[in-house]
Unconditional design. Structure first.
Length: 311
């Protein structure tokens, strides 16, 4: 089967870097840096679509769905990276946000040629995780034409699941299949066709926004603090303490006392301190009634005139 790459911005030659092989090292870096500056601007053009996607993802997660990223090569690895960071950052179950890559685990570490060309493999990978209509599928591919991802998106559409595409070419096949199409057009790469560069950076920026936005809307952030962070190592234990002190203004000693009492539940510790509720279980119940939103829980306490607190 012949693949037509004509008309794909990601496959065009970049006029600014045509002589990069004859430049000094500093000149090379200046070219790359100047091209990278275009990425954030390209993502900015897609903010409306990204915001719409965040709302959709948050809504489906609240209904019991999952966020599933799928891609091949660099795109697949970026999805796996974003998914793997959600449990330690936001205390999510590892199944809530998942990344799938053509070729499976081995393909994370080295290129496995040919696996991305099979549409059936995309469908089979979704079947293996029991993908269903509540889930959201985010298909990632710079070209927007990767068969593995297209196969997965087609299967998701048969289930009437919500689908999002993240591509770097206008009018791609994936964009046409998606409920929401996100297309940051970053232009030709410094090294022609090396889409791990600007296209990969744009994809990572978009996925950061999707997962972060969804987690904020799920109440996993208070002010700009990650209040569902898990204390799984020494650095994160210290981060937990800093978050509680930043959110409440109490001393380190008081912070350590509350964290110890709550088994390092940062969100609960913050709510206990700010609400001045004396009983842990009562505070936990109020948080649960407000779906884990610290602001909403504090507002409910304010309305019920239960104690005085800093809020």
């Amino acid at each position: 089967m012949q693949i037509n790459l004509n008309g794909m911005t990601t496959e065009e030659r970049n006029e600014n870097s045509k002589n990069i092989d004859s430049m000094s090292t500093l000149e090379m870096m200046q070219i790359i840096n100047n091209e990278d500056r275009q990425v954030a601007l390209a993502v900015e053009e897609e903010l409306i679509n990204i915001a719409t996607a965040v709302d959709l993802i948050a809504e489906q997660l609240q209904k019991g769905g999952r966020l599933i990223y799928i891609g091949a090569g660099t795109s697949g690895r970026i999805g796996i990276l974003d998914a793997s960071e959600c449990p330690p950052t936001y205390g999510t179950d590892p199944s809530l946000v998942q990344g799938l890559i053509a070729g499976g685990t081995e393909a994370i570490f080295k290129a496995i040629e040919g696996v991305e060309d099979n549409e059936d493999e995309g469908r089979l990978d979704l079947e293996r995780i029991s993908f269903n209509h509540k889930d959201v599928l985010v298909g990632i591919a710079a070209s927007g034409r990767t068969p593995y991802v297209i196969g997965a998106m087609k299967y998701a559409n048969t289930l009437r699941a919500q689908t999002i595409s993240v591509t770097c070419n206008i009018g791609s096949d994936m964009s046409k299949l998606a409920t929401i199409a996100i297309n940051p057009i970053v232009g030709p790469e410094v090294v022609t066709g090396s889409t791990r560069m600007k296209a990969g950076t744009a994809q990572k920026m978009v996925l950061n926004m999707l997962s972060t936005g969804a987690m904020i809307k799920l109440g996993k952030v208070y002010e700009n603090l990650m209040v569902d962070v898990e204390a799984t190592n020494l650095k994160l234990i210290e981060r937990c303490k800093r978050i509680v002190m930043e959110a409440t203004g109490v001393s380190r000693e008081t912070t350590e006392k509350y964290l110890k009492e709550t088994d390092y539940d940062v969100k609960l510790a913050i709510f206990l301190i700010l609400s001045k509720i004396p009983l842990i279980e009562e505070a936990r119940e109020i948080l649960e009634k407000n779906h884990g939103y610290v602001r909403k829980a504090l507002e409910s306490v304010r309305k019920s005139s239960f104690g005085s607190f800093k809020g």
